[in-house]
Ligand binder design. Structure first.
Ligand SMILES: Nc1ncnc2c1ncn2[C@@H]1O[C@H](COP(=O)(O)OP(=O)(O)O)[C@@H](O)[C@H]1O
Ligand SMILES: [Mg+2]
Length: 278
């Protein structure tokens, strides 16, 4: 469904200096209803890649195809129609939620912009969206700052779902949340996949988060994908030293001597944090 082929992207250097390449020759695929985890330390280029995939910025080389269509070749009406298919969820829900709007207003807005339905059907759709993300209908009358962090992220997810996308690109959606709340949001994404057949590119800097829900994992370092494969393969038999370092830094592996003497995740690697995590 989503095919990213040999994608390169970056930013113009300051004061006309050379372009800085941040995403380097990245190829990655997400199938229908599949959850793919993209993991790598802070600053490695994950958000830049996500923005190019969702069409928010342009690549300098390579192609992003969705359902066979080159996303960056679309213009005007075709582009607007395409935007409904891929939606992004950010680490900070305030990037999508205005502090002045009630939850209900925030959820109705995309429907109004895309001229979907009438007042009545939009209101019914909002109730449906709140239910879908596990929020009480009463939450609709609140404003973002009257919600917990987890509730706010659920609202951001509901808004991303409002136009019926087939793929969500979630950029560190649980990074700012408490661990107990993180698990609930991860469960929600799995649930949405099961109920809606929704595919997800799930981005995090923490492999222990990604492995909980991803079918496949791609490991990014300094703008490149250094390893990708089924979650089981990548976590049980990592081939790249960097993947091993990431695994060693996750709490599940950092248990010290295990009673049975068998390490829970295959090969033992000294527990050291890769630089710049977080
Ligand atoms: N708007 C921008 N202009 C110039 N450089 C940027 C911009 N956004 C990010 N960068 C740089 O691109 C690199 C990758 O950033 P980013 O894609 O945000 O990484 P990640 O999401 O993995 O933390 C970083 O070195 C960052 O400083
Ligand atoms: Mg980022």
């Amino acid at each position: 469904m989503l095919e990213v082929e040999r994608l390169t992207a970056g930013y113009a250097g300051p004061l006309g200096r050379d372009r800085v390449t941040v995403v380097k020759d990245v190829s990655i695929r997400v199938g229908e209803g599949e959850i793919v985890g993209l993991v790598g330390e802070s600053g490695c280029g994950k958000t830049t890649l996500a923005r190019v995939i969702t069409g928010l910025s342009r690549p300098s080389a390579g192609v992003v195809r969705f359902a066979g269509v080159d996303v960056h070749a679309l213009r005007g009406r075709a582009l607007r129609a395409h935007r409904r298919h891929i939606q992004m969820v950010f680490q900070d829900p305030y990037l999508t939620l205005s502090p002045r709007q009630t939850v209900r207003q925030a959820l109705v807005e995309p429907l109004r912009i895309h001229r979907i339905g009438d007042t009545r059907s939009r209101s019914a759709r909002v109730d449906e969206l709140l239910d879908l993300v596990g929020l009480d209908p009463g939450v609709g009358e609140r404003r973002p700052r009257q919600l917990s962090g987890g509730q706010r992220q659920r609202v951001a997810i509901a808004r991303a779902l409002s136009l019926g996308p087939r793929l969500l690109v979630c950029d560190e959606p649980v990074t700012a949340l408490d661990v107990s709340v993180q698990a609930k949001v991860l469960n929600l994404l799995c649930d949405l996949r099961d109920r809606l057949g929704l595919a997800c590119l799930f981005i995090a800097h923490d492999l222990s988060v990604v492995r909980q829900l991803a079918d496949r994992i791609a490991v990014m370092r300094d703008g490149r994908i250094v390893e990708q494969g089924p979650t089981q393969d990548v976590t049980a038999g990592p081939r790249h030293p960097y993947t091993r370092a990431l695994l060693a830094a996750t709490p599940t592996i950092d248990l010290g001597p295990v009673a049975s003497g068998v390490h829970p995740i295959g090969e033992h690697v000294p527990a050291s944090r890769p630089p710049g995590q977080g």
